[in-house]
Design a protein. Structure first.
Length: 119
């Protein structure tokens, strides 16, 4: 059974850090692109970051220099390290898999984890 499970969300003060994990079961994260997305209340879903099957990474401009995506093959997870968090980073964060490996088309989604940045 295919599954993606996000974890690591929570409440953090502005300037703080969180590490989100996207754990896969039923498939190997090494072979596919894994993307991170977020959706704030009342807003459309936003692309945050992606790591392709070829290890190419990309980030939306608002998180460049603050967020880092990485793949942990041993744990079959993809993490999103989030530093210098801002209130505008508050959202539900989702991970998804692209079977084509290119960060282009999202075939399978996790359920999301809430991140709240507030003092």
């Amino acid at each position: 059974q295919l599954e993606l499970v996000e974890s690591g969300g929570g409440l953090v003060q502005p300037g703080g850090s969180l590490t989100l994990s996207c754990a896969a079961s039923g498939f190997r994260v090494d072979y596919y692109a894994i993307g991170w997305f977020r959706q704030a209340p009342g807003k459309e879903r936003e692309d945050v970051s992606c790591v392709s099957s070829g290890e190419t990474t990309n980030y939306t401009d608002s998180v460049k220099g603050r967020f880092t995506v990485s793949r942990d093959s041993a744990k079959n997870t993809v993490t999103l390290q989030m530093n210098s968090l801002k209130p505008e980073d508050t959202a539900v964060y989702y991970c998804a898999a692209d079977w084509g490996g290119q960060c282009l088309r999202w075939d399978y989604w996790g359920q999301g984890t809430q991140v709240t940045v507030s003092s």
